[in-house]
Design a protein. Structure first.
Length: 399
């Protein structure tokens, strides 16, 4: 996401190429984690997406015009200043798969000396018991060189398994500090972070102005089909918004007011593969004041929005071996996928927007803003090209 036709193309397309490839790997990783671990693993991404999703919708209020034509096409980039936790650790209960149990038992004192039938009995007992564990390791934005691990935290009684050999009871105790590496890693390195935040981007189309109203649309069908690079992963976005200047009902097509105000409503949904979906809504008021003319204009603006957001995870957890094969039970039958579903509610419920944009020849618009949320802050950038003119007409001066 680092590098005016070429610039805009990069702004619009490249962030989504990154997110598509990223999305595919996210789903692959999620499919190997149980729900408790998945929550810890994906938390930084969830915080970033739910914070970003309601940002960057406007950089000026529509003028008080009854009818005119203006089309603006561009892109916005958002950087959420959320805690970018690179590691996580959560307590959970976990049932070992057959290959995991066999690996641990091979390192357990006294197990290898038992007859084969006794070893099978012990193995059956281990895979039928849920054990207290600690799931820890890199989060989704953690190091791609580290694995998520499951560490057994059960007490000695919970780690003890017994069987009968020649009429006498024998027991083995799983090691107290045993841990298992899962085929799940972080997806980034520190050099991949942007401003030490979670990035997000969206193409944006704004159309107006009719009765002081503009419409805003964000839409991404399938990025990989756009650029012919093959299927990198299913990624989609649809968002829409309405901006209305109520001053149009009092002083339309005049410059009676040196500023513009707007009532705003925005709604957006985002899918990151079939496993992850984010949605949000925001509504509030904004105001802008433009200085300058057609050659160059400067527009400071401000707004206040109330908002909601949520990230939903819904997938089938398929236990697998270290080599990536579907895990089997003690009788060699494939373990059926387990449905996992949970929601992460966004922490921000309101935001104060302060920003400014610069417009050249009423055609190119570049700006930046800061969104101060009640919990997290975002820094947003926008770049767009504009066709048409919906600036208010000046009132003719009387002689």
């Amino acid at each position: 996401m680092n590098r005016i036709v070429r610039f805009l193309t990069a702004c619009i397309l490249f962030p989504f190429l990154f997110q598509s490839a990223f999305a595919q790997t996210v789903q692959t990783s999620l499919q190997r984690l149980i729900e408790t671990g998945a929550r810890g693993y994906i938390e930084p991404l969830a915080a970033g997406f739910t914070t970003n999703i309601n940002g960057g919708w406007f950089h000026e209020a529509p003028p008080a015009r009854t009818a005119s034509l203006m089309v603006e096409l561009g892109a916005v980039a958002m950087f959420a200043g959320v805690p970018v936790n690179q590691t996580f650790s959560v307590a959970s209960d976990y049932t070992l798969t057959t290959d995991q149990a066999a690996t641990i038992l091979s390192r357990t004192n006294g197990y290898s000396a038992l007859p084969q039938s006794a070893q099978t009995d012990i193995l059956r007992s281990v895979v039928s018991r849920s054990l207290p564990v600690e799931i820890s390791g890199p989060t989704v934005i953690g190091s791609k060189n580290d694995n998520v691990r499951i560490g057994i935290t059960a007490n000695q009684a919970q780690r003890t398994f017994s069987t009968t050999v020649s009429g006498r009871s024998v027991s083995v105790v799983l090691p107290a500090s045993e841990s298992i590496a899962l085929d799940v890693r972080g997806l980034l390195d520190t050099k991949d972070y942007i401003f030490n935040s979670v990035p997000f981007a969206a193409p944006q189309l704004t159309i107006g102005t009719i009765m002081g109203t503009r419409g805003v649309i964000r839409y991404v069908p399938n990025v990989s089909n756009w650029v012919g690079l093959g299927k990198l992963g299913d990624i989609g976005m649809f968002g829409w918004g309405i901006q209305h200047n109520p001053l149009v009902w009092f002083a339309s097509d005049t410059n009676a007011f040196p500023f513009s105000i707007a009532l705003n409503y925005y709604n957006q949904s985002y899918s990151l593969t079939s496993a992850i979906r984010a949605n949000g809504a925001a509504y509030g008021i904004s105001a802008s004041w433009t200085f300058g003319g057609a050659v160059f204009a400067f527009t400071p603006y401000a707004g206040f929005l109330l908002e909601t957001s949520r990230l939903s995870v819904d997938y089938q957890y398929q236990p697998r071996t270290v080599s990536g094969q579907i895990a089997v039970d003690i009788d060699g039958r494939p373990i059926a996928p387990v449905p996992i579903a949970f929601n992460v509610v966004g922490a921000n419920t309101s935001r104060l927007v302060l920003g400014a944009s610069a417009r050249i020849l009423y055609a190119v618009d570049i700006g930046a803003e800061v969104n101060f949320g009640n919990r997290f802050t975002t820094f947003n950038l926008n770049a767009s090209v504009r066709f048409g003119n919906d600036l208010p007409h000046e009132t003719p001066k009387k002689n």
